[in-house]
Design a protein around this ligand. Structure first.
Ligand code: MN
Length: 328
């Protein structure tokens, strides 16, 4: 059973707002940006002043630059200090806002729209559905409840989050394809959106994969194998964050791995690593799937049951030891 989600609370906050800031999460993906831009398009259509931003990195990943509504994105410095309503999209906790968390106190109302199981409910209004495939699919339900039509540009943004967060419709639930069909019926080109977001990489992606995958290791844990790999600063010349994010989707397909991890070194802060975790729900050596959201939360991060992440500092060997200890 799906828990009741109070869509009306989101609608009330959005309908009453006279100015809106939308904050997407740091290291943005197509779900947070797609949600932010779709909502910005709707608010702009209603004549409401709207700003969309994310704290870091400084540039939007190349793959997302052709999304409709991208002109509503502003650098963090241009986000007003005070606003009627601040909406955080696809952010499981305040830390996901990065430096833009300092805009929370200046907002009369804060609305958290999210689908992360680990969400800390940091808004004054929290509309969270851990069963939603993507934040864009939750937003589609909010727009329906609000009576705001999903036009072709809004549909493009919503589909961007849906196709990426479902892993190209691998991780789906009843209703996922119904929403996809409805968005496609507006006239968007689903194939082109998926190709742009998921299947377009610079040539340097190939030598990067060669280096990174060549260093992958398999370690036993109580929950089956842990396969892990490191993406070091020296490995990422000529590639963007989308290419770095693609590594986990290869590593996690290893049959021996109940759990997959990719340690990604910061390009700007030496010794800081962001760690992607994935769990299999079934397969050899697994015990009905490890809840990696729990593991990530224990290590200071968060996420979903089968996909989560955290930030860590230190030497590679110590990071692996800490993860193995947390896995038990
Ligand atoms: Mn998401």
């Amino acid at each position: 059973m799906r828990d009741a989600v109070d869509l009306d609370a989101a609608v009330a906050a959005l309908a009453a707002a006279r100015s809106v800031t939308i904050v997407c999460h740091v290291q943005p993906d197509a779900d947070t940006i797609g949600s932010g831009l779709a909502l910005a398009l709707v608010l702009h259509r209603r004549g409401v002043p709207v700003w969309v931003s994310f704290a870091e990195p400084a540039e939007l990943p190349v793959s997302m630059r052709s999304l409709p509504g991208v002109h509503h994105l502003v650098p963090p410095a241009q986000v007003p200090a005070t606003v009627d309503l601040l909406v955080a999209v696809d952010c499981g906790g305040v830390n996901r806002l990065g430096a833009l968390a300092d805009r929370l106190p200046g907002a009369a109302t804060t609305l958290v729209l999210d689908h992360h199981r680990s969400n800390t409910r940091f808004g004054t209004v929290n509309v969270i559905d851990p069963d939603a495939e993507s934040t864009t699919s939750l937003l589609a339900r909010v727009l329906d409840a609000w009576g705001e039509p999903i036009d072709v540009e809004v549909a493009h943004c919503l589909y961007a989050g849906l196709v990426t967060d479902t892993g190209s419709f691998r991780w789906v639930r009843p209703g996922t394809h119904r929403l996809a069909e409805r968005l496609l019926a507006t006239g968007i080109d689903g194939g082109e959106i998926a190709r742009t977001l998921l299947d377009t990489h610079p040539f340097d992606w190939l030598p990067m994969l060669s280096r990174v995958l060549g260093s992958a290791r398999l370690a036993p844990t109580a929950h089956g194998g842990l396969v892990y790999a490191f993406v070091r600063r020296d490995d990422v010349d000529g590639v963007g964050p989308e290419e770095v994010e693609s590594v986990i989707d290869i590593v996690r397909t290893t049959a021996e791995a109940g759990i997959a991890a990719v340690f990604k070194e910061s390009r700007t802060v030496p010794g800081r690593w962001t760690v992607s975790l994935r769990s299999r729900d079934t397969g050899p050596g697994t015990q009905d799937g490890v809840d990696v959201a729990e593991v990530a939360t224990a290590l200071g991060g968060g996420g979903h049951r089968f996909a989560a992440g955290y930030t860590a500092f230190g030497e590679p060997d110590d990071l692996v030891a800490a993860l193995l200890a947390a896995l038990g």
